[in-house]
Design a protein around this ligand. Structure first.
Ligand SMILES: [Zn+2]
Length: 56
């Protein structure tokens, strides 16, 4: 699991997630742990997280 500096909000059940499963593929889909709905792509998570932490 990867900790995020920001929350990802599931549009289906409105659950906010601050951790997501670690994926190898940048185009791997990230799904809501509560309802299983697609939320975003792993690559989007990594990019946003790196920008947030200013490590890029
Ligand atoms: Zn959900």
């Amino acid at each position: 699991m990867q900790n995020l500096d920001r929350e990802i909000i599931c549009h289906e059940c409105k659950t906010s997630h601050t951790t997501v499963p670690d994926e190898d593929e940048s185009d791997a889909p990230v799904h809501c742990a509560e309802c299983g709905a697609f939320m975003c792509l792993w690559g989007d998570v990594v990019t946003s997280n790196e920008l947030a932490m200013k490590k890029a």
